[in-house]
Design a protein around this ligand. Sequence first.
Ligand code: UT7
Length: 328
Amino acid sequence: MCEPIKVGILGLGKYLPEKILTNKDLEKIVDTTDEWIMSRTGIKERRIARDNEATSDMATEAARRALEAAKLKPEDIDLIIVATITPDMFFPATACLVQEKLGARTVPAFDVSVACSGFIYGIAIAKQFIASGVYKHALVVASEKLSSITDWTDRNTCVLFGDGAGAAVLGPVDRGGILSTYLGADGKQGELIKLPAGGSRIPATKKSIEDKLHFIKMNGSELFKHAVRIMADAALQATKPIGLKAEDINLVIPHQANVRILHAAAKRMGLSTDKIYLNIEKYGNMSAASSAVALVEAVEEGRIKRGDKILLDAFGGGLTWGAIVIEW
Ligand code: UT7
């Protein structure tokens, strides 16, 4: 019998827009303070894309860097998945735009729309195609321009979000790689965070714009409670079937929604907080791009060593969630 194909990450890349919006800047826009934002969320600043910079532009730049790191060319890619809730437009899919910008072959390209869990869903999908031998190399990009769907007059949400992109090239590896994947969703909780208009339910009208229905609406405190429970449970579901305990994980790369959520989830998992990688201070919540950029930076900073077992863990609108264990 053939050995199963092990799948791992061959290269990573990120792109963050240059413009930095600090909490002090936000103090001038809405009724908030640097102290409130820092103490309640852990966010100090976030990046904001240029007006003429769309999700596919950021995705393409992150993807180019991931390909370079993997020492591969765009023509080596057999599958392109973009995780985003801020696509350039409804269709074509942002993944198709990225394929064209990269100069990749006419390989399958599609978006996944599961909010902050998108990078993890993308990796889990790509892994199946590679493990089954259908494709060899997959590009998974998480890219978000959340500033384009943020209500800059709503202090409950505008202090939280930022823009950016992270990308991973997946392919066969000799050892380690992705050890387990776990995904879930609960549509009953969909009301907790959503963008109400612009789809077929409420197409764009003058009224939908006046009613500010094209911006993120969120019940923050309810989401907070679900997030803590979901992240701890997802970690368990991804580790237990492969015989790992929380203490076997060297580093958790979580979705960066709120430092308080991550500390509470770590406690529930029985992990010390120094095992939770954090970069929320610099970027805020970039939805799907958060865990992708966090993974890139954890590697850049030397926080992940060969042989380490890392846990990607995310939750988001839908609600959706997912966790992945990777042996580096
Ligand atoms: O990526 C996944 C999606 N998002 C999330 O996971 C977010 C999850 N939730 C959270 O991170 C937190 O719930 C928030 C950071 C959104 C809010 O923190 P909180 O500790 O749950 O605060 P709260 O919503 O209970 O609000 C407390 C107070 C309220 O004032 P009153 O009613 O007590 O007078 C808010 O109006 O804080 C007020 N407030 C603010 N004050 C200053 C809310 N936003 C701000 C602000 N600046 N930016």
